[in-house]
Design a protein around this ligand. Sequence first.
Ligand code: ZN
Length: 192
Amino acid sequence: MSVKDDLEARSGSTCELCTATNNLEVFEVEPVSISGVDSSILACETCRTQIEDPEQMDPNHWRCLNDSMWSEYDSVKVVAWRMLSRLKSEGWPKDLLDMMYLEPETLDWAKATGEGLAEADKIIHRDVNGVILENGDSVVLVKDLKIKGSSQVAKQGTAVRRISLDRENAEYIEGKVGPTLTVIITKYVKKI
Ligand SMILES: [Zn+2]
């Protein structure tokens, strides 16, 4: 039996992403070390075109992932994860991603093409002057800052060393003010 025959058997001759039944072809899920059923999915032309060309993405088509992300096959889950990552800014795909669980090895496979990274790269932290902040930088406070959950106030001019960036929000960094680790808003700090 060919890979295509095997995939047709496991999927009941439907697209493993959107259940369409026409123009089905084998789609290899990169990176492929051993070609075969385990590293492939059966996908319709609509799905294949949009996977390969982000310019042609129709976010609504991918509502189908709501079901197919629960596939028992890793190769299907990997593609679902990648497409949800690509569409994350739509909102609903992010909710689905949060529900999805991949075994560590499968997650490494899903991440191997760098899908979803572009989104994270867009989060750039800047200080009050627009200077880009990075993990490990030191900053000073440009205004007095109330420390959340305490009565303490950190005075303007207080240095905060070795900050860490909030990966999900460009407006927040974390740093130690005295002994307390606290969240600080980027527009209230200046890089030193
Ligand atoms: Zn499809």
